[in-house]
Structure formats: structure tokens, C-alpha cells
Design a protein around this ligand. Structure first.
Ligand code: PDD
Length: 280
């Protein structure tokens, strides 16, 4: 692969970042994941807006212009002849030259890293036909989940717990209600209405979520932005998740209980179709 580091395109084995980089030592960095289908970036604008918000919330300098980000994303898609897959972008507070809790003095240049991940047939993922099975797990992340930081250890632990139990993902629960999946937003469908947690600092403001809710409204589907419990999800007609990499993915089982018929439902199927049609 050809990757991007601080303005340079390099072979991946020649791309390096300092051991003093605050992204490495402090998880002091933010990221974005953008899907690519047939060489086209999906929802690029939305991801860029969220990146800038994450940087701003952490008082981190934005090292590139919007045009620079777009040119680098396109440059990587082209150099890697990427048809279907992802572009990953990470910005950290950079390398102050030593370890220190305090942020470095102004002038320390943020580190910018980007790379592609090829996922042939990403839009035809067979899992979308059968749906995911998930478990519930306590949400033990910090309380600023609206900032897309690279502190992904707890979501990784939750994913490993799901794998250990032979299922696909975990839905995190706080104060008795679902926050979100390990790397996706969570939804249920009840009596034709799409239910998903309202935006706050408790969840990531998904770019796919925003698009799907907009398409749902345009299709005259009812949307309720409110919290729900695992028990309500288990008794729902359908469930699904959204993310840049999974698009709309049906969920057919929670903690061993089948949801609805236990098969992929019509609302999740339709939203996936609409999202893929409208976004690509
Ligand atoms: N994850 N919630 C969390 C905790 C996430 O990490 C993500 C994205 C989402 C969905 O956001 P979006 O629709 O903008 O992708 C929700 C990315 C895909 C990842 O970590 O790979």
C-alpha cells in the first residue's frame, strides 16, 4: 500500500511516526473512517465536518485545509487503485519531543496519517442477508463519546467479549439503556417507527446515522429519537446498526433472544437499499 504521512505519500513500510507522538503515548488523537464504493468517497463532507468538530473540542490545531484533505483522500484512492474499501484518517497532537501530560506549546505540528483498506464487495457483504447477533455489555467508556478519539481500548474489549461468545458485536448499556454498538449506532423498529438514541455527549454523532434518518424522513417513515432498553430491543420488530463501514446492518438477535422473526426485517432491508442507492 501507499500511505500518507504529514504530506508525503510513502510505501507503508517506510511510513513512520515518533515514539513520542502523543497519539501513541496519550491516545491524544482523533480519527475518521470513510467508505469508498467504485472509487467514490461516501459522505466525505459529513466526515470532514465531524473531524473539525473533534479537533476543536480537544483544542487541537487543524493542520490541513478542506481541499488538502479531499486531495489526500483522492490521492490515496488513486495511488492504491481502490475500488471498494475504506480510507482511514488520524490526526494527533503530534510529537513534543518528550512525554508530558500538558499539551505542547504552540507550534508543535499535528501528525496526520491516512491509509486505505481494500474491502472487495463491501456493499454486497453477505452478513447483510442474515444479520448480526449481538450481546449487551456495560458501557465503560469516558463521557465524551461525541469526540471521535482513538481511545478504542474499551470498544476493543467489548468486541472481544462478543467474539468469545460467538456473536458479531456488543451493544453498550448505561443506566439501563443502550448507548451504541462498539463502532456503530444502534436502532430498533417498533410498530413501524425507527427508534434511536438522541444525540448527546453519550454517543458518537454518526454520519451514516444522519444520512439514514434523513432518508427515512424523506420516505415518510416515522423516527423517534429516544433511549431504549435491551428488553425493549428484544421485544422489537427489528433492529439494526449503522456505520460508515457497515452501512445499515440488520441485527437479528440480542443476548440470545431472536428479534421479531429472527430474520432480516423489511425496514432494515429498505434503509440499507436506500442508503446505498442515494450515497454512492
Ligand atoms: N466507527 N459509534 C461509534 C462508537 C463509532 O465508532 C462509529 C464509527 C459510529 C458510526 O459513525 P459513522 O456512521 O459516522 O461511521 C458510531 C468507525 C466506522 C470505526 O471506528 O471504524
Amino acid at each position: 500500500r501507499t500511505v500518507y504521512v504529514n504530506g508525503d505519500y510513502l510505501p507503508e513500510d517506510q511510513a513512520t511516526v515518533s515514539i513520542f507522538d502523543r497519539g501513541f503515548l496519550m491516545a491524544d488523537g482523533v480519527y475518521e473512517v470513510v467508505s469508498v464504493l467504485d472509487g467514490k468517497l461516501l459522505d466525505f463532507e459529513g466526515h470532514l465536518v465531524r473531524l473539525k468538530r473533534s479537533l476543536n473540542e480537544l483544542a487541537m490545531d487543524n493542520p490541513l485545509s478542506d481541499d488538502d484533505y479531499l486531495a489526500a483522500f483522492r490521492g490515496l484512492v488513486e495511488r492504491n487503485a481502490l475500488a471498494d474499501g475504506l480510507v482511514y484518517l488520524q490526526v494527533t497532537r503530534g510529537n513534543p519531543g518528550d512525554r508530558d501530560f500538558a499539551y505542547p506549546a504552540a507550534g508543535t505540528r499535528p501528525t496526520v496519517v491516512m491509509f486505505t483498506q481494500a474491502k472487495p464487495g463491501l456493499a454486497d457483504n453477505p452478513a447483510a442477508q442474515t444479520g448480526w447477533r449481538v450481546i449487551s455489555i456495560e458501557d465503560q467508556r469516558w463521557s465524551r463519546r461525541d469526540i471521535k478519539t482513538v481511545q478504542l481500548l474499551y470498544p476493543s474489549m467489548a468486541k472481544m467479549e462478543a467474539k468469545a461468545q460467538g456473536v458479531d458485536d456488543a451493544w453498550m448499556v448505561e443506566d439501563g439503556v443502550v448507548t451504541e454498538g462498539t463502532s456503530n449506532n444502534a436502532y430498533i423498529v417498533r410498530n413501524g417507527a425507527i427508534v434511536t438514541r438522541a444525540l448527546s455527549n453519550d454517543i458518537l454523532h454518526g454520519i451514516t446515522r444522519a444520512a439514514v434518518l434523513r432518508f427515512a424522513a424523506e420516505a415518510q417513515m416515522q423516527v423517534e429519537e429516544r433511549s431504549f432498553t435491551i428488553a425493549e430491543a428484544q421485544a422489537a420488530d427489528e433492529a439494526f446498526i449503522t456505520s460508515a463501514s457497515a452501512f445499515v446492518m440488520p441485527v437479528v438477535e440480542i443476548d440470545g433472544a431472536a428479534i421479531g422473526t429472527g430474520q432480516v426485517g423489511p425496514v432494515a432491508r429498505r434503509l440499507r437499499e436506500i442508503y446505498l442507492e442515494e450515497s454512492r
